[in-house]
Write a protein that binds this ligand. Structure first.
Ligand SMILES: Nc1ncnc2c1ncn2[C@@H]1O[C@H](COP(=O)(O)OP(=O)(O)OP(=O)(O)O)[C@@H](O)[C@H]1O
Ligand SMILES: [Mg+2]
Length: 241
């Protein structure tokens, strides 16, 4: 499998009232195409900061990030904005859908932003929503859908432009357990089937049962990488912390 995302000793340091905080401290990890990774760790360990660095939203103070082989932070701002739109899909904690657009229009918006809203693009948006079990909800506004349905629309929106990398920051935080399982399982299935590199931040260890790799952070550093199926399973059952 090709490496779709790689960080090389990436660091993000904040200055807080004269005090330096290394929110992300020399992190070197990679994710292959078709691989779904859980990013876990205690509050304040740097998960969201790392995701923002990977998404091209926050500039690292050190190190390099490669997305699909290209150095994200060595591009001009203009190039990075375009690159980000093409190569990265992002799913937020709450679905962040545009409230006055229907489910289908929310998904199509990502294609529009990439100049790809043609007939085949429209078909693909519909097919994705269909695969996510939303065939009968395409015309609904976000306010006319359940939390789980909204989050599935957000997944479709993050995948529709066929990004190399899909980043999700606690996508199940606002869902009950049953809905959360469904959303993560669907996300995993699509990431595998479409050969995307996925990273999901989660506080809920049970959600790791669908991932291929677990990266655990503490104090901005990678504390542990778990790749064996057996160990991941033990983790997801909560028998190891
Ligand atoms: N803009 C900022 N300025 C200064 N410090 C920051 C800033 N953003 C985050 N931090 C600090 O960086 C560290 C990592 O924060 P981050 O949000 O990445 O953690 P997290 O692992 O996502 O936590 P949580 O699980 O609570 O979401 C924390 O100590 C936080 O206080
Ligand atoms: Mg966070």
């Amino acid at each position: 499998m090709a490496i779709a995302l790689e960080t090389q000793v990436v660091t993000k340091q904040y200055e807080n009232a004269g005090q330096a905080i290394r929110a992300v401290d020399e992190v070197s990890v990679n994710v292959k195409a078709g691989e779904f990774v859980a990013l876990i760790g205690p509050s304040g360990s740097g998960k969201t900061t790392l995701l923002a660095l990977l998404a091209g939203l926050l500039r690292p103070t050190g190190g390099n990030i490669f997305i699909d082989g290209s150095p994200l932070w060595q591009m001009s701002d203009k190039d990075r904005t375009q690159f980000r739109g093409e190569k990265i899909g992002f799913i937020f904690q709450s679905s962040n859908l545009v409230p006055y657009l229907s489910a289908l229009e929310n998904v199509e918006l990502m294609l529009k932003l990439n100049g790809r809203l043609d007939k085949s693009g429209r078909e693909w948006a519909k097919e994705l929503l269909d695969q996510l079990g939303l065939k009968d909800r395409m015309g609904n506004l976000p306010s006319q859908m359940s939390g789980g349905q909204q989050q599935r629309v957000a997944i479709a929106r993050a995948l529709v432009h066929e990004p190399a990398v899909v980043l999700a920051d606690e996508p199940t935080a606002s869902l009950d357990t049953e809905r959360a399982y469904q959303v993560v399982q669907t996300l995993a299935t699509l990431i595998h089937a479409q050969n995307r590199a996925g990273i999901m931040v989660t506080h809920d260890l049970r959600m790791t049962r669908w991932v291929d790799k677990v990266i655990r952070m503490t104090d901005g550093k990678v504390a542990q990488i778990i790749e064996s199926k057996g160990e991941i399973e033990a983790y997801s059952r909560g028998s190891e912390h």
